[in-house]
Design a protein. Structure first.
Length: 289
């Protein structure tokens, strides 16, 4: 039996899902960012790639933040077997009296990473009278090398390096003027160099430019004088409110991956990763509520 057009429309309207009111849509839970672990906390140098990937998979991590421009194919193969991703690789450039240079193994790494969406996490060391010009030039060189492979470059702020602060990364990313270049926010380095009251203005200034964020447990307060043992802990330790930091990130529109910094954290590698994953799940559950 054929239905009249008006009857068909009525049926469709009854069966179609109703749109959420604006207030309810805004309150819908966010999907947590992808959470990966730096390889300085996965047994780099002591465990083979397969063992690292297997452990990360079992503990619920989305992948790894790799270090360097060599050994990448072996790590990629191990990650692929476990359905994980290499979110970043930490590579360097240097400024100096003779000009700038970057890791000579980087072209080979870029070829191995083509189409992988791995971010080149670029740190810049050294200095020179024309250091700013050199920095811009080497960032452009790395960006132009990465672009045909579909890769992006995130400038890595590190205490004592030429790019030391988030503000340095933002400034140079703007000057480099490449679509595949952005900045990153490394919590422990920010705590070491900045004042916590500056967080909101800095996140606002970073909106749209941040490609990567790293976190870890840390102590709050007057952090500038603290050592790394207090500024880098497992995610469940320390007095700094990491959950509040993550909510501030989300409020400023950040949806990219988040990496776990593990530098020099003492103790058993697996236990440390397990503790940090439990804390991450607590934070993301609170955010969803």
């Amino acid at each position: 039996m054929n239905l009249l057009p008006s009857a068909v429309a009525a049926v469709v309207l009854c069966l179609a899902p109703k749109a959420l009111p604006a207030s309810e849509a805004a309150a819908a839970p966010r999907t947590p960012p992808a959470f990966f672990a730096f390889d300085n906390g996965t047994g780099r140098g002591t465990l083979p790639p397969e063992a690292q990937a297997k452990m990360l998979k079992e503990l619920g991590y989305a992948g790894i933040g790799y270090t360097g421009a060599t050994g990448i194919p072996e790590m990629l193969a191990a990650l692929d077997r476990h359905g994980l991703k290499m979110f970043s690789t930490y590579v360097g450039a240097t400024l100096g009296p003779e000009g700038s240079s970057f890791d000579p193994n980087l072209p080979e790494a870029v070829r191995a990473l083509k189409g992988r969406e791995t971010i080149l996490w670029l740190y810049i060391t050294g200095n020179a009278p024309n250091g700013e010009d050199q920095a811009v030039e080497v960032i452009r060189q790395v960006a132009d090398l990465a672009e045909p492979a579909g890769l992006r470059v995130a400038l890595y702020p590190h205490v004592g390096f030429y790019v030391a602060r988030v503000e340095d990364a933002l400034r140079l990313a703007e000057k480099a003027d490449r679509k595949n270049v952005g900045a990153s926010f490394n919590l422990c380095h920010w705590l070491k160099l900045d004042h916590q009251r500056n967080l909101q203005p800095l996140l606002k200034a970073s909106a749209g430019r941040l490609l990567l964020v790293s976190i870890n447990g840390a102590d709050g307060g007057e952090t500038n004088a603290m050592g790394w043992d207090r500024l880098i802990q497992t995610l469940d330790r320390g007095s700094f409110d990491v959950g509040k930091f993550l909510r501030a990130l989300a409020a400023h529109g950040y949806t990219g991956p988040v990496g776990l910094q593990c530098y020099a954290v003492p103790g058993d590698v697996r236990e440390n990763l397990q503790r940090s994953m439990a804390a991450w799940r607590k934070y993301t559950a609170q955010a969803a509520q």
